[in-house]
Design a protein around this ligand. Structure first.
Ligand SMILES: C[S@@+](CC[C@H](N)C(=O)[O-])C[C@H]1O[C@@H](n2cnc3c(N)ncnc32)[C@H](O)[C@@H]1O
Length: 202
């Protein structure tokens, strides 16, 4: 991992500096997940477990990330001590889906970190799991006539930021359907970055 990635990915920078610079509020993304008390949530690329700031109720929450530093940070959250909250440093596999049997899958900020093949594979795993009712993705996006946004997207740690059509194409290749997608500011009043939120249903 490069020094640049290490600095931007450090939990302190990610959770405290980035929101001040870019403006971050993921409330709409978690509202779109529409999780309730009976839901089993699989959060792929959970990072430092920020999801727990936004999620109200759920039966179980399972956060997976390949970055050990991020998962160590997540495990220090007070909510991580709850018996229905689990964090693991690992990529997800079909066995993960069989074990968790998720009803909701969150990929907040994940798809722009993985290439097309890996992204389609992740989406296909969701599609192959009959318990999954809804998948939400949210990622930086290149947009025409938005030079500041595009510079920020270029500076992102994720090497696979796409245009709107690029993200939509991944969903189509996985055989899934987009119920709704929208380009949003990263924060309703202060956000200088733009994200594509996709709500996907099986
Ligand atoms: C932009 S961060 C998003 C973190 C968190 N979801 C949030 O909203 O704050 C992207 C995360 O995806 C993780 N990641 C990248 N590739 C992954 C993969 N193949 N499987 C699981 N996590 C991955 C990174 O380590 C990083 O923590």
């Amino acid at each position: 991992m490069s020094l640049y990635d290490r600095i931007l990915g450090h939990p302190f920078v990610y959770h405290y500096v980035r929101p001040l610079v870019v403006g971050i509020d993921y409330t709409p993304q978690y509202e779109a997940l529409d999780a309730h008390s009976a839901d089993r949530i699989l959060d792929i690329g959970c990072g430092g477990g920020d999801a727990l700031r936004y999620l109200g109720s759920f039966e179980t929450y399972h956060g997976f990330d390949t970055d050990e530093v991020a998962i160590s940070f997540a495990k220090q959250r007070p909510e991580a001590g709850r018996p229905n909250v689990h964090f693991e440093t690992a990529p997800v596999t079909p066995a993960t889906f069989q074990h968790v049997r998720p009803t909701r899958v969150m990929m907040n900020g994940l798809l722009h970190h993985v290439d097309d093949e890996a992204a389609v594979q992740l989406l296909r795993m969701c599609g192959a799991t009959n318990t999954v009712e809804r998948i939400v993705t949210n990622d930086p996006v290149y947009l025409a006539d938005e030079p500041l946004n595009n510079i920020l997207a270029r500076l992102d740690r994720g090497r696979f930021v796409r245009r709107i059509e690029g993200y939509r194409d991944l969903v189509a290749r996985a055989g899934l359907t987009i119920a709704h997608d929208v380009v949003m500011r990263s924060h309703p009043t202060r956000g200088i970055a733009r994200y594509l939120l996709m709500v996907i249903e099986r």
